[in-house]
Design a protein around this ligand. Structure first.
Ligand code: C5P
Length: 222
């Protein structure tokens, strides 16, 4: 079998990371959560009180922000300059600011270079917003996952509660819709289905169903 690249894109909370992790596990591939990279930078920028609209300052801190994605028994761990930021980068302050950080051209160029380096030997499942369109335009398999805002908010709500985070369903709905709007309308590499991506609407599908569908597609191409 050849070790291919699999790109999973889609709007916020569409189940990308859950599905991508499962695929990576099945295939013994590397899972790369590109959203976690933008979140780690956002976390640090907030900590240091940097103006999130200042592209040059962001690039400056990014240059000495070392981001590691490490698989573990409990899923993927995210380290930022040696600090375990796996949980803090999911908190509301980061979530509601990350799209501002991610809109900048220079920030994206640096992130994309790192993402391509992670993927250079193939055997990766990478999830994000611009993987099929920009980061890995030659990925052998491209999937675009979508689901209604209501369904995505409900899933994220349940996830938050399970993690012991406070959660407000109506607020989540608004935040998810707003983040999608910023991510879809930005100038550089907006959220968009690649022309050759296969779209899967997960609104009424289980995770198992989605993983199964994608594994069938993958098995045709390895
Ligand atoms: O996937 P996740 O929800 O963790 O992504 C957080 C944010 O990071 C997105 O809302 C988007 O602003 C940004 N992002 C991006 N490009 C990617 C992955 C994430 O702009 N490839």
């Amino acid at each position: 079998d050849k070790r291919i690249s699999i790109a999973i894109d889609g709007p916020a909370a569409a189940g990308k990371s859950t599905v991508a992790k499962r695929l990576a596990e099945n295939l013994s591939y590397l899972y790369i959560d590109t959203g976690a990279m933008y979140r780690a930078l956002t976390y640090r920028a907030l900590q240091e009180g940097i103006d999130l609209n200042d592209e040059h300052q962001l690039l400056n801190i990014l240059k000495d922000t070392y981001i590691e994605l490490k698989p573990s028994e409990y899923g993927q761990l995210v380290f930022m300059n040696g600090e375990d930021v796996t949980n803090v980068i999911r908190q509301a302050d980061v979530t509601n600011s990350v799209s501002i950080v991610a809109k900048h051209k220079l920030v994206r160029e640096e992130m994309v270079a790192r993402q391509r380096a992670f993927a250079q030997n193939g055997g990766v499942v990478m999830d994000g917003r611009d993987i099929g369109t920009h980061v890995l335009p030659n990925a052998e398999v491209k999937i675009f996952l979508k689901a209604s805002v209501e369904e995505r908010a409900k899933r994220r709500h349940a996830e938050n509660l399970a993690r012991g985070f406070e959660s407000d369903l109506e607020k989540l709905k608004e935040e998810i819709a707003y983040r999608d709007k910023l991510d879809s309308e930005r100038e550089i590499a907006p959220l968009k289905k690649a022309e050759d991506a296969i779209e899967i609407d997960t609104t009424s599908l289980s995770i198992d169903d989605v993983v199964k569908r994608i594994m069938e597609i993958v098995n045709e191409r390895i």
